[in-house]
Design a protein around this ligand. Structure first.
Ligand code: PXP
Length: 240
């Protein structure tokens, strides 16, 4: 089965917002990524709008020729925005204002009652709902109870660890991917992935999509975004 690459363009907006000007344009980056091997584009509209803005989501919704995956917190404001734009997919993530990036997965078990109506409303609007969860049996079971079509497994811990600890985390990811698939849930993965650590994740047979951002935008400084996306695609395909 093919492995899709979703390119997260949040940090193009981070660079733009550092100066409060109109460039670099995340939509231009998204279009280039799509031309050079991205199967989809991911953007996280954070509550504090520190990178992607409402106008970016509107422009991406209008101009993209590949599916948009909107990352969003489980709030009423974000639900209304998602229902307005109806992206191909919405990935519900935990969000804390003070964090540098999404730290840890969504506790889909504890948040069941908050998530259930959101999952239902997004599903009714034909938005493919994904939950960004830790690779644990408890979280996969919670996703099954919520009836979501997709989970995205958080690879942040895997990316930070090394040696035996990384190998153990990789097993947790593989086990969670197998359990989700057995229950009819499509599996995506992402966070902290680079050329050097992507292969073992890409080789998990049940994983259908990887969402990768920060590394690619950094690498683009040296080789250009198109080339960075192409190389990541090659690394993923080689591991498959
Ligand atoms: N997937 C999700 C749900 C995320 O929140 C993020 C970070 O915004 C990513 C993937 C991409 O992570 P990174 O930028 O570290 O590649």
């Amino acid at each position: 089965m093919t492995l899709r690459l979703g390119v997260n363009i949040d940090h193009v907006a981070t660079v733009r917002n550092a100066r409060g000007v109109g460039y670099p344009d995340p939509v231009r980056a998204a279009l280039l990524a799509a031309e050079t091997g991205a199967d989809g584009i991911t953007a996280h509209l954070r509550e504090d709008r520190r990178h992607i803005t409402d106008a970016d989501i509107a422009a991406l919704s209008e101009q993209l020729t590949v599916p948009l995956n909107l990352e969003m917190a489980a709030t009423d404001e974000m639900l209304a925005i998602a229902l307005r734009h109806r992206p191909h997919a919405a990935c519900i993530v935990p969000e804390k204002r003070e964090e540098l990036t999404t730290e840890g997965g969504l506790d889909a078990h504890a948040l069941h009652n908050r998530l259930a109506p959101m999952v239902a409303e997004l599903g009714a609007a034909r938005v493919r709902v994904s939950l960004f969860i830790e690779p644990s049996a408890v979280q996969v079971a919670a996703a099954v109870r919520l009836g979501v079509p997709v989970v995205e497994l958080h690879t942040g811990r895997y990316a930070e660890l090394d040696g035996a600890a990384r190998a153990a985390e990789l097993r947790r990811l593989a086990d969670a991917a197998a359990l989700a698939t057995k229950n009819g849930i499509e599996v995506h993965a992402g966070h902290g992935l680079t050329y050097d650590n992507v292969a073992p994740i890409a080789a998990i047979p049940q994983v259908r999509e990887l969402n990768i951002g920060h590394f690619l935008i950094g690498e683009a400084l040296f080789v250009g975004l198109g080339e960075a996306v192409r190389r990541m695609r090659d690394a993923m395909d080689a591991a498959r």
